[in-house]
Write a protein that binds this ligand. Structure first.
Ligand code: ZN
Length: 120
């Protein structure tokens, strides 16, 4: 079980019921920020709008504990595209990396071989 407040888990899981992938950040008080997904194929992928990121992140960066995105129909495991676009901030251990489905929130890290590994 992931170490997040129950309200945070319920809120994130509810987002995964959207038909499109939703992405954003979890803050240190358990709240979360949804960022605009500007992917050309938002049903199966996400891309955070860099403009929004540019003005929102500086305001909250010190409070960001995790980045998340949903897999509305997918499994709770990083996709090939997720692996190609693994955020540097998560690789360096700065922020946790969550994948959310309509059933659960799971955290992943890359192991020494660069393979995804569920945490907890
Ligand atoms: Zn994904």
């Amino acid at each position: 079980m992931i170490d997040l407040p129950a309200n945070t888990i319920h809120g994130l899981v509810a987002l995964a019921n959207s038909i499109q992938e939703i992405c954003g950040y979890v803050l240190d008080d358990g709240s979360f920020i949804v960022m605009p997904n500007i992917s050309d194929a938002p049903m199966d992928s996400y891309e955070v709008n860099p403009e929004s990121q540019g003005w929102i992140l500086p305001m909250v960066w010190e409070r960001v504990v995790a980045m998340f995105h949903t897999h509305p129909r997918g499994i709770c495991w990083p996709s090939d595209e997720d692996m190609r676009n693994w955020p540097p901030a998560a690789s360096e251990g700065g922020a946790r990396y969550f994948i959310v489905t309509a059933r659960e929130v799971r955290e992943f890290r890359l192991d020494e071989d660069g393979k995804p590994k569920p945490v907890g």
